[in-house]
Every structure is written in C-alpha cells, then in structure tokens.
Design a protein around this ligand. Structure first.
Ligand code: FES
Length: 160
C-alpha cells in the first residue's frame, strides 16, 4: 500500500499499524504496543486506538478502556517540558503532596494537563525509584531528588 507521505495523519496511521503488526504475536501484546506507540509517536491518539484494535482484532472500546485506565498513557501531545511529580507513599511522607499543590497553583494546571502554550505538561507518577531522596520529580526524563518548591520552580524555569 502506498502512503501519502505529505499527509501526517496517514504517516502516523501507517507507523501505528507497523508497530502493532510487529508486536501483535507477543503474549499480552496490547500493553507493549501502546508503550511502543507512545515511545515512538509521543502519545496514543484516539485514531491510533482504532488502528491497534483492528490489528489485534479487539473492539475499539477494549483498547480505549486500557488506554484510559493506565495513567502512563498520554492521550494528547506533551508540552516541550514534561514535569512528573512522584505522589507515592515514600515521597508523600516528605512533602510530595504539598509540592504537587505548589506546582498546580503556580502553573494553573492539574495532573495530566498541558499548558495552552504547549510549554509544560504536568503528570503525577507513583514511584520514580528514587524513594530515599524524596520528594522526587522528573523533568524531561531527568531525575531530581529532595526537591523543595523553590528548587522545583528553578528546575522548571530552566527547562522551559
Ligand atoms: S516513592 Fe517517590 S520515588 Fe519512590
């Protein structure tokens, strides 16, 4: 099949189909496919859901249910900076909840949202594997520990 390479939607759909076809034989293929699509294309779009459902012979509702159940999956493009704040127990014990509230107040965003200018995506995660150095955050994949509200402002300011 020829793909119209000038049409970004067609290119995306072809890539999703390619990824899903490559991984479809895996046991429990849906999650690896969703992770691979997000890693390759940045998020799992609603259009991707239909393509994956077709390849796996599942209903769109089944695939959609999995995408919306797991917080790991982004359903829209991320901002230039992605800030992930650990909200799991060990970090909560040392101020992660207050840190989350601080950044929500400062940015006007809630977890899972991207600023209108496309600069910042705010996400909550449940453990970054840095429990001894909480509160832990990750900015564009880079881990930071013992983060105070003031330090977080500085880290995010530099990243943006
Ligand atoms: S609980 Fe926050 S990094 Fe593990």
């Amino acid at each position: 099949m020829t793909i119209d390479t000038t049409n970004p939607a067609a290119v995306r759909t072809a890539r999703v189909r390619e990824i899903a076809s490559e991984l479809r034989e895996l046991r429990g293929a849906l999650l690896p496919i969703l992770h691979a699509v997000q890693a390759d294309l940045g998020h799992v779009d609603q259009v991707d859901v239909a393509v994956i459902a077709d390849v796996l012979n599942l209903s769109v509702a089944e695939v959609h249910g999995v995408v919306t159940f797991y917080k790991d999956f982004r359903r829209e493009p991320a901002g230039r900076t992605t800030l992930r704040i650990c909200q799991a127990e060990a970090c909560q014990a040392v101020g992660a909840e207050a840190l989350g509230e601080h950044v929500k107040r400062r940015t006007g965003l809630s977890f899972g949202k991207t600023s209108v200018d496309g600069r910042l995506t705010l996400e909550e995660v449940f453990c970054l594997g840095n429990c001894a150095l909480g509160p832990a955050v990750q900015v564009n994949g880079k881990l930071h520990g013992k983060v105070s509200p003031a330090r977080l402002d500085a880290i995010v300011g530099e990243a943006r």
